[in-house]
Design a protein around this ligand. Structure first.
Ligand code: CTP
Ligand code: MG
Length: 705
């Protein structure tokens, strides 16, 4: 793969960051916004307005109900000690609909041990997906996805500063143009894949601060510094005290710039006119503070050096952005070299495309597949007849009924299953002592049985060898002994051979007698142990009976437990079943959600088309009259604007055109843009002013060596 000798970037990297690459090679100049025409700005403004209308916070209801649901789940698990608060875009009024749900969990008293682990347990029971624990972060956090609403959720622990900074962002967002500017910046960053702190780019929060800082320094300022004239409010947290006070009074502005001009200004400012080496974004100061003053000068390699492998050191303060309350926190510390390169490239891309009059939609073209609704919500229905729409609606309603019924059944089943689980748990608790007795008996029974078996083998082994009973042996011994010890009849004296045989027989009887005694002993012991064993068996049976009694009682109260064994394995099976049921419920809920959405869309279409029909009928009772009606003369909007601003009289038609193109306010904007154009030198800026981060200007590299 060919590596660029000047930048060190591989072919793949050159393709990944094409705008930045060409700037590094000084192949393209910094674009000149003087070339942006008024028409382009107007077009951009109208694109932005349409988009803002469209994005809204479509999921605000889902956020609300999910917040309620999660709060109740958390209260159930941790009791009244827990506090759940929302922060982030769901409270700041700065949501672009695709954002996550940010919740903060804190505790009035002591924080329970292993709280994140416990929390993830309940979330699992609730059927949440992709649960991830990040316990070691500055603020510990659990991330997951709610399968029903599709919302990504972050629950962070004791994230108190975030609650206050969210309130302050909300206070800033009372200026509608700032709110819209933030939305557009977040929208762009999100679609271009550069708003994810976990992936090494900047968080949505950091992008919001950038937009606020720009709004503070634009002339005249669009927003004031809310931390200038305010009442202090100290908050001690993690052993440090922060001042979280800010001015929450309503404010007004002299700035009349259009949203499009503000957005262009934002990109122009941060892409080319912000010295990241020397300036720290600081909204609490109302303007940048110097990196030197903050001791936040860039340390370590440049992103370019890291991605080209020429330096593997750690980068610090790459794009310094100060947190408004935690002044030691640089929000760019999450930046990875690749993320920083992507941000630079996106800034370059945005200013080029804006200067070329490209549409906002093109500028925000998503870098990954997103499931986006077509701009026209009813595109597929326009060709369908009213009857077709009506019959589709009917089908969907029937399907919805079916799904609702299924949900109800599943919910009931899960409820029953949970109740049974509780009963089983209760039963297990009740029989805990019995089970421990049984364990004790079983542990004693095992060696006892072995001993019994051993004794049986000893006894039977001997008995097999000696077939004669002990008593018989004893009699035989007495007889032979008598024979061997009685007086000898000299006329009938036994031969030596007979006598030897008797002696041998006697000794044999003696050995047999010994063995037989052993066998008897073993037998006695065997009998004793068997008795003991039987007692243990009886005790075991008793414990079973006790357990059965509990189970019978349980079954009497709930026949569904018939056939269930009272043991931890059954409890586990019930738990698994409850989880599976919850998963099915979630799936059915999302189907229901989809169906309702589609039904709503078809109903809306029915309403719109019948209204259109009525209007048409009303407007054209007689087609000839309509055809004869004169069309108003076309007007040139630029001429109208000129007339209006110079005080010339304008016709009704022209007034109508002016109002529909942004009204009188648009005159100010166009004037402002013109005067801005006049102020700026028309000379093209050269790429020499590109961000110094890339090490191309001011001998940055030499300075660092
Ligand atoms: N936050 C913070 N410090 C950070 C990042 C975030 O204090 N380093 C807090 C801020 O209060 C911010 C909230 O977390 O408002 C949510 O951050 P984020 O999700 O990045 O911003 P949102 O505005 O919620 O963006 P989105 O709509 O994309 O979710
Ligand atoms: Mg968020």
């Amino acid at each position: 793969m060919s590596v660029c000798s000047k930048t060190g970037l591989s072919k793949q990297q050159q393709e990944r960051w094409p705008y930045l690459y060409r700037h590094l090679l000084e192949e393209i100049d910094i674009p000149d916004f003087n070339s942006v025409t008024e028409n382009d700005i107007e077009k951009l403004d109208s694109d932005l307005k349409k988009l803002i209308k469209r994005i809204g916070d479509a999921k605000s209801k889902s956020r609300e109900s999910l917040t309620k649901h999660l709060s109740s789940v958390i209260f159930r698990r941790f009791g009244k000690n827990a506090i759940v608060e929302s922060f982030g875009s769901s409270v700041t009024n700065l949501s672009i609909g695709t954002g996550d749900l940010d919740l903060c969990l804190s505790f009035k008293n002591k924080t329970p041990q292993k709280v994140l682990r416990k929390l993830s347990g309940v979330l699992q029971e609730e059927g949440m997906d992709d649960i991830q624990l990040i316990p070691k972060a500055r603020i510990p956090i659990v991330k997951f996805r709610d399968p029903r609403s599709g919302l990504d959720v972050d629950i962070s622990l004791d994230n108190r500063l975030a609650i206050y900074n969210s309130m302050m962002l909300k206070s800033y967002a009372q200026e509608e143009r700032l709110r819209r500017l933030v939305l557009m910046v977040k929208h762009w960053a999100s679609r271009r894949g550069i708003n994810n702190a976990f992936e090494g780019t900047l968080s949505s929060y950091a992008w919001t601060l950038l937009a606020i800082q720009y709004a503070q320094i634009v002339q005249p300022p669009l927003v004031p510094n809310r931390q200038e004239n305010y009442t202090k409010r100290p908050l001690t947290f993690h052993g440090k005290t922060f001042d979280v006070g800010f001015d929450d009074e309503p404010y007004s502005t002299d700035n009349t710039m259009s949203l499009a001009s503000l957005l262009i200004g934002f990109f122009d400012r941060y892409a080319t006119r912000w010295d990241w080496e020397a300036m720290v974004v600081s909204i609490r100061n109302g303007a940048h503070v110097s990196t030197k003053e903050k001791k936040w000068e860039h340390v370590g390699p440049l992103p370019l050096e890291v991605v080209t492998g020429s330096d593997e050191g750690r980068m610090q303060h790459v794009m310094p952005i100060e947190d408004p309350f935690d002044h030691d926190h640089d929000l760019s510390r999450v930046l990875r070299a690749e993320g920083a390169m992507s941000i630079q490239d996106e800034f370059m891309r945005a200013i080029h495309m804006l200067s070329e009059g490209k549409s906002w939609q093109d500028i925000c073209e998503p870098i990954f597949d997103i499931n986006e609704e077509p701009e026209d919500l009813f595109h597929d229905l326009r060709k369908s007849s009213a009857d077709e729409v009506a019959s589709r609606l009917e089908e969907l309603r029937t399907e919805l009924e079916g799904v609702e019924k299924q949900i109800q059944e599943l919910v009931e089943e899960r409820q029953n299953s949970k109740e049974l689980l509780e009963l089983l748990r209760g039963g297990l608790q009740e029989t805990r002592n019995v089970r421990s007795d049984r364990q004790q008996i079983l542990s004693e029974l095992r060696p006892l049985s072995l001993k019994v078996q051993e004794l049986r083998e000893v006894r039977d082994g001997i008995n097999q060898r000696i077939a004669i009973p002990t008593k018989r042996i004893h009699q035989e011994m007495a007889r032979i002994f008598e024979k061997l010890t009685s007086e000898v009849d000299i006329f009938n004296a036994p031969t030596l051979g007979v006598e030897r045989g008797d002696f041998a027989y006697f000794f044999e009887l003696q050995a047999m007698y010994q063995a037989s005694l052993q066998s008897n002993e073993a037998h006695q012991e065997f009998i004793r142990l068997r008795r003991e064993q039987n007692e243990e068996y009886r005790a075991l049976k008793k414990t079973r009976k006790q357990e059965e009694d509990v189970l019978v009682k349980l079954i009497e109260n709930n026949p569904a437990l018939e056939g269930v064994h009272l043991n931890p394995k059954s409890v586990k099976e019930f738990q698994k079943n409850a989880k599976l049921l919850q998963r099915s419920i979630n799936q059915q809920y999302s189907t229901k959600h989809e169906l309702r959405r589609e039904i709503g869309r078809l109903e809306a279409w029915q309403r719109i088309s019948s209204k259109n029909k009525r209007n048409q009928q009303r407007r054209s009772p007689n087609p000839t009259t309509r055809r004869n009606r004169r069309r108003p003369p076309e007007v040139n909007i630029n001429e109208v604007r000129q007339k209006a601003s110079s005080g010339d009289s304008i016709s009704l038609n022209e007034l109508d055109a002016l109002l529909s193109k942004g009204g009188i306010a648009s005159l100010n904007n166009s004037e402002q843009i013109k005067s801005k154009q006049k102020q700026r030198p028309s000379k093209k800026r050269t790429s020499g002013r590109i961000d110094i981060r890339q090490g191309r200007t001011r001998g940055r590299k030499q300075m660092r060596k």
